[in-house]
Design a protein around this ligand. Structure first.
Ligand SMILES: *Cc1c(COP(=O)(O)O)cnc(C)c1O
Length: 384
């Protein structure tokens, strides 16, 4: 492919010397797990988000699981999330021992539909959905593709039904919801530093951010065998640690996050302008001017998606489909995740979504070339 859909090494190559120096620093320190680099990165990342605490963990999946467990989610509790998300969100709910309850998206934002959330919770409360014994205790909001979810409406519903709100920010590092960075609005925010994310390491990594000192302390214990004091397991824990090498590399990349997101937004603007007459549905921008989309993905909806994909590939342009099947369509979950209906907005979206190339490796000229190719491939019937 001439223009790939994502190139994690672009960010690494842009900081190659500094990253080399950071790696040497860790090697010379002789300390490889939970040391000065992790501690510094936890503080620096939590500061960026505006949360009081950051706790580095081994992955984004672990960050969601440990955030839920630290907030007190227990065996058999119900945790609501969207079906249109990475399977990881639901795997984490499962690992926390909870039952995932799936709700639909607002197709304008690809994030949780508060109205469907409200109806689902009411149906569970009244025994219309499930057997009446399920206790729903939390909602995991996913800022999918980098678009901040409608946290205000979700918080209102959560307050009414006494639910905790956990934010899955794995695709939205640096995004803002009404001026605030995502991750600081709910009880806890979970981030992934998987290489393709807006802030990516050269391996796995994740972080839980929170302003609740008790939640932070519990995540610290859970990530290392339930220890507060070395060798004393106060609670059952696990091994989920961020290592010093990843933390040192992430510290090099963190100061450039906003500029990298600005570049993504610039590319999105080119796509938006150039595809305004194409028969595609463009991604929505948040209605509130102080909210920002950070375009982890630039997703269009096209009726003849697979044909367009093949045509672009033949012209050297890579695309992706995130995700070609929703969670409720996955063999692991289709029979196990209660839901009110067949989630029509989600089911329709997954048939048509297509991610165009996005990231630091995409130049403005590249974006024009991609837009030209899309416009050439599709009949100009005007916007959908
Ligand atoms: C990537 C991702 C995760 C999982 O992160 P890992 O670091 O791969 O475990 C969770 N949720 C969403 C929405 C993601 O995109």
């Amino acid at each position: 492919m001439d223009i790939q859909v994502a190139v994690p090494r672009a960010a690494i190559d842009a900081h190659r010397d500094e990253i080399g120096a950071a790696i040497t620093r860790v090697l010379d320190s002789g300390w490889y797990i939970l040391g000065a680099e992790v501690e510094a990165f936890e503080t620096e990342f939590a500061d960026l988000v505006g949360a009081a605490h950051g706790v580095g963990v081994a992955s984004g999946t672990d960050a969601v699981e440990l955030a839920l467990r630290a907030c007190g989610i227990d065996q058999g509790d119900g945790v609501v999330t969207v079906s249109h998300t990475a399977g990881a969100t639901v795997a984490a709910i499962d690992r926390a021992g909870a039952l995932p309850v799936l709700v639909d998206i607002d197709p304008a934002t690809y994030t949780i539909d508060p109205e469907h959330l409200d109806r689902t919770i009411r149906a569970i409360r009244t025994g219309q959905l499930g057997d009446g014994s399920l206790r729903v205790r939390a909602v995991v909001v996913v800022h999918l593709y980098g678009h901040p979810a409608e946290l205000g409406a979700v918080q209102q519903i959560a307050a009414e039904h006494d639910l905790m709100v956990i934010e899955d920010c794995a695709q939205a590092h640096g995004a803002r919801w009404r001026g605030e960075r995502v991750g600081r609005v709910g009880e806890a925010g979970a981030f992934s530093f998987y290489p393709t994310k807006n802030l990516g390491a050269v391996g796995d990594g994740g972080m839980v951010v929170t302003s609740d000192p008790d939640v932070a302390e519990r995540v610290r214990q859970l990530r290392q065998y339930g220890w507060r004091q070395r060798y004393v397991s106060e609670r059952p824990g696990m091994n989920s640690r961020l290592d010093e090498l990843q933390a040192a590399i992430l510290r090099v990349l963190l100061p450039g996050l906003d500029a990298a997101n600005d570049h993504r937004r610039r590319i999105a603007e080119v796509y938006r302008e150039r595809l305004s007459d194409a028969p595609v549905i463009l991604p929505g921008e948040p209605a509130d001017p102080t909210s920002t989309h950070v375009y982890h993905q630039f997703v269009v909806r096209v009726a003849e998606r697979d044909e367009l994909r093949a045509r672009l590939a033949s012209e050297g342009i890579g695309t992706a489909v995130l995700y070609s099947a929703a969670v409720h369509q996955q063999p692991a979950y289709e029979a196990r995740a209660p839901r009110l209906d067949d989630l029509p907005a989600t089911t329709e979206a997954v048939r048509e979504i297509l991610s165009l190339p996005m990231g630091e490796h995409v130049s403005v000229e590249d974006a024009h070339r991609v837009a030209d190719a899309v416009n050439d491939a599709l009949p100009s019937g005007g916007p959908r």
